[in-house]
Design a protein around this ligand. Structure first.
Ligand SMILES: C[S@@+](CC[C@H](N)C(=O)[O-])C[C@H]1O[C@@H](n2cnc3c(N)ncnc32)[C@H](O)[C@@H]1O
Ligand SMILES: [Zn+2]
Length: 307
């Protein structure tokens, strides 16, 4: 593997080296490699609950939904934004059960690294051969050396602009994928009684300035027919199943045409200015989505304020 992992013991951050079935740092901190090949670098102070991240039930629901092929078209279209040479390293932050990471490593022949806070998610991801997987909290320091990755992806997952910038190469790319305004709108209407169209793009772009500049934006949509089981899974996997009353309403839904929608944002890192902090103090100029691509992205007239 071409990427150096860093020790997660508070104040250490020294490189980890592999020794048979464990990783150790020069201070002799040591981490077992799990039977399935991943490493749990989570420290007690990095977790807020005994079982942090997605539950086993949410992971299983997402895995069933993905294995139904409902996101295959989105997966291909999201991958179209990436360019990776064989052997280059890709990191997916909040990689869940590894569907996207596996698809992209298979497509590009690149080295696939995934980090997630959830042990059940990483256990599930580890069934894909060849991935380099770590349990860690991506809201804290990422356990990778500076400039390790040609690309970092966050797909409906965590955002940590400072750490993403640190671990991306100067010529690398950040792929951020967020739910589009009309994602699951039919289900939200049926279950919540309203389907607000919330556009999250401007906020996401602002959150990554000044460290990253938007290079490309695609709004990707796919309408698919879901039966009751798939509806339950997609709502559970996206945390929208919620309370018992909602689950009852979900159970009553028959086959339905449902919109899956994503805003895929490709950013390039902004070079720090000489003499300033790492991320620079300069604000990036206002960015507009590129007109190129499959589905250019005009402002959605139906967009409403936050749900
Ligand atoms: C909606 S899932 C998306 C999974 C995957 N990217 C996909 O699209 O299939 C979000 C993932 O982020 C993980 N997660 C939540 N908080 C996290 C954190 N602080 N650090 C790392 N992962 C986190 C969850 O455990 C979950 O697997
Ligand atoms: Zn250490």
């Amino acid at each position: 593997m071409n990427v150096t992992l860093l020790c997660s013991v508070r104040g250490c951050r020294l490189p980890l080296a592999r020794e048979q079935h464990r990783l150790t740092c020069p201070h002799a901190h040591s981490f077992d490699v799990a039977r399935r090949g991943y490493v749990n670098l989570l420290q007690p102070q990095d977790r807020r609950s005994a079982r942090p991240g997605d539950s086993a039930a949410a992971v299983a629901a997402r895995r069933r939904f993905l294995s139904g092929g409902f996101e295959a078209e989105l997966t291909r279209a999201i991958g179209d934004l990436l360019t990776l040479a064989p052997g280059e390293a890709l990191l997916e932050v909040g990689c869940g059960e590894g569907h996207y990471l596996h698809a992209f490593t298979a497509r590009f022949g690149c080295e696939g690294h995934g980090v997630d806070l959830s042990v059940p998610a990483i256990e599930a991801a580890a069934r894909h051969a060849g991935l380099h997987l770590v349990v860690a909290n991506a809201d804290r320091a990422l356990p990778y050396a500076d400039a390790s990755f040609a690309a970092v992806a966050s797909i409906t997952a965590r955002r940590n602009p400072a750490e993403f910038r640190r671990v991306i190469r100067e010529d690398g790319r950040l792929l951020l994928v967020i739910p589009g305004p009309d994602d699951l709108v039919e289900l939200r209407e049926a279950v919540l009684g309203r389907g607000l169209l919330r556009d999250r793009v401007d906020r996401a772009v602002a959150a990554f300035a000044p460290r990253f500049r938007l290079e490309r934006h695609e709004r990707l949509r796919h309408v698919t027919r879901l039966d009751a089981a798939a509806i339950r899974d997609v709502m559970t996997g996206s945390y929208r199943a919620g309370r018992a009353s909602r689950r009852d309403r979900l159970a009553a839904l028959g086959p339905l045409a449902v919109t899956l929608s994503r805003d895929a944002l490709l950013f390039r890192p902004v070079r720090p200015r000489a003499g300033r902090g790492r991320a620079g103090a300069r604000r990036s100029p206002p960015t507009r989505p590129s007109p190129a691509g499959r589905s250019p992205c005009p402002p959605d007239p139906r967009s409403a304020p936050a749900a």
